[in-house]
Structures are given as structure tokens and as C-alpha cells.
Design a protein around this ligand. Structure first.
Ligand SMILES: Cc1cc2nc3c(=O)[nH]c(=O)nc-3n(C[C@H](O)[C@H](O)[C@H](O)COP(=O)(O)O)c2cc1C
Length: 243
């Protein structure tokens, strides 16, 4: 009898079937970050941003998914803070590991963040990659109608284009599977939850709100963001907009 897809996934990613990882085979560790070239844009120091204080209790109690936002832009300070609190690096262990504001299995941190900028003061609309190692933004080539392309690829969820920014969390899966083989995929998906939850928790402090997005056309989103869809693919997304 054919096994339920959930069981197939659990088996494929269970310790019993993972097989030997590339780490155990002695293959070199992939870089901690996807390579990049081009001129980057400085982000302000996220720890110096002047923001209203909010207790963790209040952040947790106010957390909710919000799908419509004011037209108001966010500031670079606010963007910088949101990026740091979701994927920022708080400590480097040489060239072998990063420790960030979220946990990650084996500290493998397999995500890159690509952001669609719609309304950020001092930043042109378009597509950028967050370079976590330097806390900078790398402008990416994008069509003038990139926002509407991404709205459509996210099953016409207009919040993607209405928000000040929409973050796309891209797995660079080999960073995880190099150590954990098939089980690494499980960890990539679990890790994504932590990242998005942090965005939910800081959104209110920024006078903003967010909403997790898991419903999108994988092939289309990966194609628009020029990801191979095999090793690099979007796992999760979330807009951030003023409320
Ligand atoms: C994995 C995941 C995927 C989700 N995908 C979407 C989505 O694509 N679109 C959407 O409007 N909400 C999405 N949501 C938000 C849920 O609908 C929302 O969390 C739920 O309705 C509970 O509401 P609350 O977050 O306000 O408590 C997603 C939530 C999770 C955790």
C-alpha cells in the first residue's frame, strides 16, 4: 500500500535513512553565505535604532497576522532592525558557523533573505539581498513590474505589493544537508518558523504588522528570484507594513 506523503517525508528525513552526510565523507563545507558581487548599500546600526520599547510579553500577546497596511513607508532604521532581528549575525565562529538572532540546527543557518522593497525612505523600490555577514543590502536586477510579478506568484496575495517590504526566505539547502543529509530538509523547514516568528514579534514594536506566507507558486517565485529551485528555493515569505 502506498504510504501517506507525510510518512514518506518523515521516513526520508529520519535518522534511519539519512545515510552518510557529505561532512562525514570529508567533503568541504559550503560557504556560510551565497557568494555575491556588486556594490552594496550600508544599513544603519540596528542596535542604535531609536525605537519604542516593548516587553516580550506584550509582543507575544499582540502577535497576530495582519494583511492590510497603511501607505506609509518604513525607515532604513526600521528595515535594518527587522533584518537584524530575523537573520542578523550576533557572532561568527571563524569561517565555520554563524550565530544569529534565531536558532538553527547545527548553527547551519541555511537562509538568505531577499526583500522586495515597495516603500522604504531612502531606498529605491526593487529587489535586494540582505548580506548578513556585513549587514548590508545588495541591489538585485529586477523588472520594473517586479512587485506585481511577485504578488501574482504569491497567489494574488496583494499584501506582498502593498506592504513597505516583503521578505522572502530562501534556503541554500546544501548548507544544511552537507551536515545532516536528507534530515537537513526537515531542519530547514523548522528553522524557517523561527525566522518568521521573530518578524511577528518585532513588527508591533516598529508600528508595523506582518503575515506569514506559505501559499505561493514555488516554480514561479523561484524563477522570478532567479533561484535554481533545486538547492536554492523560497521556503517562506512575509510582508512588513505600517498599521
Ligand atoms: C506556515 C504558515 C503559512 C501561512 N501562509 C499564509 C498565506 O499564504 N496567506 C495568509 O494570508 N496567511 C498565511 N498564514 C497565516 C495564518 O493564516 C494565520 O497565522 C492564522 O490564520 C492564525 O491567525 P493569527 O496569526 O492572527 O493568530 C500562514 C501561517 C503559517 C504558520
Amino acid at each position: 500500500m502506498k504510504k501517506h506523503i507525510g510518512l514518506q517525508f518523515l521516513e526520508a528525513s529520519s535518522y534511519r535513512h539519512t545515510g552518510e552526510s557529505d561532512l562525514k565523507k570529508g567533503l568541504p563545507q559550503p560557504p556560510l553565505e551565497m557568494p555575491y558581487e556588486g556594490k552594496t548599500i550600508d544599513l544603519p546600526n540596528p542596535l542604535k535604532a531609536v525605537l519604542p520599547d516593548m516587553s516580550l510579553k506584550e509582543a507575544l500577546l499582540r502577535r497576530e497576522s495582519v494583511r492590510s497596511y497603511k501607505k506609509e513607508p518604513i525607515t532604513m532604521d526600521e528595515l535594518s532592525y527587522a533584518l537584524h532581528m530575523t537573520q542578523g549575525i550576533r557572532m561568527m565562529k571563524g569561517t565555520t558557523a554563524t550565530f544569529r538572532t534565531v536558532p538553527s540546527a547545527g548553527a547551519r543557518h541555511a537562509f538568505e533573505t531577499i526583500i522586495l522593497v515597495n516603500k522604504v525612505i531612502g531606498l529605491e523600490s526593487g529587489l535586494y539581498r540582505y548580506i548578513a555577514s556585513e549587514h548590508k543590502l545588495l541591489p538585485l536586477k529586477a523588472a520594473p513590474d517586479i512587485a506585481s510579478q511577485l504578488v501574482e506568484a504569491c497567489r494574488d496575495q496583494s499584501m506582498v505589493g502593498d506592504a513597505a517590504v516583503t521578505l522572502f526566505w530562501v534556503a541554500d539547502a546544501y548548507r544544511m544537508t552537507h551536515r545532516f543529509a536528507m534530515r537537513g530538509y526537515r531542519y530547514v523547514f523548522i528553522d524557517a518558523g523561527h525566522v518568521c516568528q521573530n518578524l511577528y514579534l518585532v513588527a508591533h514594536q516598529l508600528g508595523c504588522a506582518t503575515c506569514a506566507i506559505g501559499a505561493f507558486d514555488d516554480e514561479r517565485v523561484n524563477e522570478i528570484l532567479k533561484l535554481d529551485g533545486e538547492n536554492q528555493f523560497v521556503v517562506y515569505a512575509a510582508p512588513l507594513g505600517k498599521v
